[in-house]
Design a protein around this ligand. Structure first.
Ligand code: URA
Length: 441
């Protein structure tokens, strides 16, 4: 088999066989096919597309390109949760302990962030002492002991995706539904859970700016899941403005703790209850979604989910005193405020601009090597639909590098759109996709 022929076949819009897909993925990971040939193939895929069978084959070839985690020694049905990524998305920090408090094991492998803020793993590292690098045996043991563990992905999980994603990133081939779906699902499949709840974001702060693309991505991932024998449910949720108020590592962990104390922002709390309820259904803990949501509300407002988070912190070496003393988190030496220059209503908050403002403040990574400023970030004071008076504070920026505040502030100022007429907020949940189809809200 020759890579040249595979490229030419896809260039001409033909379907690749399972053997051809297995061949190029395997040989690329081994290093026998050069980057320039895979770049050409990725562009051909980007332009000509892949059918469902090819997309599933690519996913499975990537999933089996490295280590595959065996979670069978964890008792019960393991349900994973994945978000396609958005600004201020700290749901895993809440959903993990919440679902575990309801008796469903949560064995969560998460990533670091390359973008606006850190990923879940970076966020957890804002907790002094918290260890995110767990040997797999300890990871499994922790889940069996307290019901939840959240750790960084091991070095050799889906090496094919690491190489292919790095190439897509520099060849303008990231934004393709089959490629995104296979990238995400290969990692979920290799992580060993029995079922998956996907949170597919749509809006200005998301990969999928258009709702119809978010639904198409959700449907593709559901098909892959079922092709791989995993039950999958996808919730398509709003990312036209950041989720909650906090964007940045320490700031988001504090907001997650407040949510676990029952004082969280409405959108974050609601989304966590919804994602968690779907997890409970897939884990067969409850008969239906409504029963799941009621059970989780009880776990949240009784403090049981917070207790689980405390156990998670203790188990992974962190200092549980942070729960009641936020000064123990890495802070920021400098701050500035963004003020509204007019009265009216917040019409929109561009999620991507807020994300970039957080990145500029130091909360994210410009390159893989960048050091995150854990105390940096943004706290929004007004969200879409809220009334503002001239001179009101719209947002606060935090950083440990004073010179970063200015650029971050300019971005935030341009992110807010204030209008004189009252505005309706967009719906938090745009719909739910299952194997039976789409149910739009
Ligand atoms: N997230 C991923 O893991 N892969 C993609 O291709 C896009 C988003």
């Amino acid at each position: 088999m020759r890579m040249y022929d595979i490229i030419a076949k896809k260039r001409d819009g033909l379907e690749l066989t399972t053997e051809e897909i297995n061949f190029w993925v395997k040989e690329y990971v081994k290093g026998t096919i050069p980057d320039y040939q895979v770049s050409a193939l990725l562009m051909a895929i980007f332009l000509q597309g892949m059918n469902q069978r090819e997309t599933l084959d690519l996913t499975m070839a990537m999933a089996s390109s490295g280590e595959q985690i065996n979670l069978s020694s964890i008792h019960g049905i393991k349900v994973d949760k994945h978000s396609t990524g958005g600004v201020g998305d700290k749901t895993t920090l809440v959903v993990g302990p919440l679902v575990a408090a309801a008796g469903v094991p949560v064995a969560k492998m998460s990533g670091r962030g390359l973008g606006h803020t850190g990923g879940t793993i970076d966020k957890l590292e804002a907790i002094p002492g918290f260890k995110t690098e767990l040997p797999i045996d300890d990871f499994i043991q922790n889940v069996n002991k307290i019901g939840v563990a959240i750790a960084g992905q091991t070095g050799n999980l889906v090496p094919a995706d690491k190489k292919i994603y790095a190439l897509r990133d520099v060849t303008a081939t990231v934004n393709h539904i089959s490629l995104i779906a296979s990238s995400i699902m290969s990692k979920k499949i290799a992580s060993g859970s029995d079922a998956i709840v996907l949170d597919v974001k749509t809006g200005s702060g998301a990969f999928m700016k258009e709702e119809k693309d978010a639904f198409a991505l959700a449907e593709e991932m559901i098909r892959i899941g079922y092709g791989a024998n995993k039950e999958v449910v996808a919730v398509v949720s709003d990312m036209d403005q950041p989720l909650g108020y906090a964007v940045g590592n320490t700031l988001e962990v504090i907001e997650a703790i407040e949510t676990l104390k029952g004082n969280g922002p409405n959108d974050l709390t609601e989304l966590c209850l919804i994602l968690g309820a779907h997890m409970l259904v897939l884990a067969k803990k409850v008969e239906n979604f409504h029963e799941g949501k009621e059970m989780l509300k009880e776990k949240l407002y009784s403090g049981k989910a917070l207790e689980k988070f405390v156990k998670l912190i203790q188990m992974q070496g962190g200092d549980p005193k942070v729960i009641n003393d936020y000064h123990l988190f890495p802070g920021a030496a400098y701050s500035d405020i963004v003020i509204s220059v007019q009265g009216g209503y917040v019409h929109g908050i561009d999620g991507e601009k807020v994300g970039t403002a957080a990145l500029v403040s130091g909360a994210g990574r410009f390159t893989k090597e960048s050091q995150i400023d854990l105390g940096a970030g943004i706290v929004l004071k007004k969200k879409v639909g809220e009334k503002v008076l001239k001179g009101d504070v719209l947002a606060v920026i935090y950083s440990n590098q004073e010179e970063r505040l200015k650029d971050s502030k300019e971005l935030l100022e341009s992110a807010y759109l204030i209008s004189s007429d009252p505005v309706l907020r967009s719906k938090l949940i745009r719909g739910v996709v299952t194997k039976d189809g789409i149910e739009k809200n």
